[in-house]
Design a protein around this ligand. Structure first.
Ligand SMILES: Nc1ncnc2c1ncn2[C@@H]1O[C@H](COP(=O)(O)OP(=O)(O)OP(=O)(O)O)[C@@H](O)[C@H]1O
Length: 557
């Protein structure tokens, strides 16, 4: 496991492209804090000097200090606004960059290397972790950098003005700015990491409860799920409470140090005034500057409190991003396929190293333009063939497409050449048109309607008041199972790939529609290589030119 420092270095490495924005935000934040301290100091000095002038000579140039007060006040207010604007802009840009970086790292892993992470867990966990990372920059990195820079500047100025006050404030700033937050960090590390884990578990449990609400009710398991969610929620609140308590104590520590700084500055400077080493008006100026200098370190306890949470989130993200994909994309451009032929030579596939083989020495040759039906009982390995063709999993043996090793093709080229209408294909919570255009963004309505008609959905769409603009719901929930299956088919046909794999397209269809669909497909796919996966020998007979039978991952006929 990498050390916190290594993780931090990597996190800031990710932020490198945005360092201009971040540096600007940091510089403005420093100006704001220093203006605030300057405002307090000059105002304290001004009031005292005016009072002293009033009782003595009555003469004083008040233009300069009042101009300085106005300048500091404007800088402080304007600076705070600008700093918020800049730091949020920087963080949002950075988070967008991190999301893209992460997606690029995860994309080659899917799905073979992400099997151990459930969809909801992966999605919500990633979302929460990436969001947590904004604290790394906005509430951790930036406040620490600003605090260090401002504390050094303030102590240097105070030492120049009155060394004993400078030394005392320096010491107390270290206590309040470093010691208290470090203790807060230690106290919050455990509960912080626990909160990250619990938040993910809670999201998974809630997503499960919502998605499976009907089944849970049917099984009478609703109460149990509710109790589970409630227990997780209570544990999360407890972890957050413990984190908050340590933060509050640390904030109190900073407050105490600030009070001590005010008193030390007042007493030390008063002693110097008594010894006639210092002008009397410097007493309030130094005291208020000492107090105000804690504005620089005030955000640190809260920042350090996030440490555990940020580290845990970053560690999980990096662990996921560092996984080495089992399916390694080819280097160099894809070969030019001779035709749409397919050859499987002693192909073996295991989904897990110690599991039974899903494909076991499969040999199959499909000449270009041939329609082949794959028959076999459930679990025979039929759908696995489609997954291999898209290179979702690695395999033993050799698969050749258009005369070249499948492993030599770039994934994008492969997905252009091979279209799979899979059983578990995802439909998106969008319109019919959007779902279709995913496959071919340039396609016009005529092409969409043609593919829908081919998939025997022409009538269905014609009767929808909103036609192609009909919203299909989450995962196509507003469609029947058969309609959803055919929409996936239409989407695959839209891309007109040279090789088509149709996984049970007639499932959930009445015999007449099934017959019509196969007849339409036969015409539409003429000249292309088609693998029809089916349980139905009649469908195989009517559609295909050859029939291949699989059993337990082997060819048996
Ligand atoms: N993602 C996966 N992880 C682990 N095992 C899997 C996975 N997908 C499939 N399998 C296993 O591989 C074997 C072949 O599955 P496959 O889906 O290829 O069969 P199939 O012939 O298409 O079955 P069906 O007709 O039910 O769709 C089965 O034993 C199945 O349990």
């Amino acid at each position: 496991m990498s050390s916190d420092m290594a993780i931090l270095r990597r996190l800031f490495g990710l932020a490198r492209p945005y360092r201009g924005w971040m540096g600007l935000a940091g510089a403005v934040a420093c100006v704001t804090v220093l203006a605030s301290i300057g405002l307090m100091a000059v105002a304290g000095w001004f009031i005292a000097a005016m009072a002293i002038a009033g009782v003595s000579t009555g003469m004083m140039n008040y233009f300069l200090p009042s101009a300085a007060i106005r300048l500091f006040a404007i800088l402080r207010t304007g600076g705070r606004y600008l700093e918020r604007l800049l730091s949020h802009e920087a963080t949002f840009r950075l988070l967008a960059g991190v999301r893209l970086w992460l997606f690029r790292r995860l994309e080659p892993l899917a799905p073979a290397d992400l099997m151990d992470r459930r969809g909801a867990d992966l999605a919500s966990g990633l979302q929460a972790d990436v969001e947590t990372l904004q604290h790394a920059y906005l509430r951790l990195g930036a406040p620490v950098a600003v605090a260090v820079a401002c504390a050094i500047a303030v102590v240097a100025i105070l030492v120049a003005l009155h060394p004993p006050t400078g030394a005392a404030v320096g010491l107390l700033l270290v206590c309040g700015g470093a010691l208290a937050p470090a203790l807060a960090r230690r106290a919050a590390a455990g509960p912080g990491a626990q909160a990250v884990r619990l938040r993910t578990e809670l999201r998974v449990a809630v997503v499960d409860a919502l998605q499976g609400a009907t089944d849970l009710r049917a099984a009478g398991a609703q109460e149990r799920q509710r109790a589970h969610v409630s227990a997780l929620s209570m544990a999360l609140i407890d972890a957050q409470r413990r984190t908050a308590v340590s933060g509050v104590l640390a904030e109190a520590g900073v407050g105490l140090c600030a009070g001590l700084a005010l008193w030390s500055a007042a007493l030390l400077s008063a002693a110097s005034v008594a010894a006639s080493d210092l002008a009397p008006a410097m007493v309030p100026a130094l005291s208020l500057a000492a107090l105000a200098s804690f504005e620089a370190v005030a955000p640190l306890p809260a920042a350090m409190q996030r440490w555990g949470e940020v580290m845990a989130a970053a560690r999980r993200l990096f662990a996921l991003a560092d996984r080495v994909p089992t399916v390694v994309p080819a280097v160099g451009p894809s070969p030019v396929p001779r035709d749409g032929s397919l050859e499987f030579l002693s192909v073996g596939l295991r989904y897990s190293p110690d599991g039974a083989p899903a494909l076991d020495g499969l040999n199959l040759v499909i000449p270009s333009g041939r329609r082949v039906a794959l028959l076999g009982p459930s679990g025979a390995g039929k759908s696995s063939i489609a997954k291999l063709l898209l290179r979702f999993w690695d395999y033993e043996g050799e698969i050749r497409l258009g005369g070249h090793d499948l492993r030599l093709y770039q994934p994008e080229d492969l997905r252009r050449m091979v279209g799979v209408a899979a059983q578990d294909a995802q439909l998106f919570n969008a319109t019919l048109r959007d779902n279709l255009l995913m496959a071919a963004p340039e396609a016009d309505d005529a092409a969409l309607l043609q593919c829908l008609a081919l998939a025997q959905l022409g009538d269905v769409v014609a009767h929808l008041p909103e036609g192609l603009d009909t919203w299909i719901g989450e995962s196509g929930a507003r469609l029947s199972a058969g309609q959803a299956r055919r929409l996936v088919l239409a989407r695959t046909l839209l891309r007109a790939p040279a090789v088509l794999v149709l996984d049970e397209p007639t499932e959930n269809l009445d015999p007449t529609t099934a017959r019509r669909l196969l007849a339409a497909l036969k015409v539409a796919t003429a000249g292309r290589t088609v693998i029809l996966i089916t349980h139905d020998p009649v469908a195989a007979e009517t559609f295909a030119q050859d029939t291949v039978r699989l059993e337990a991952g082997r060819r048996v006929g």
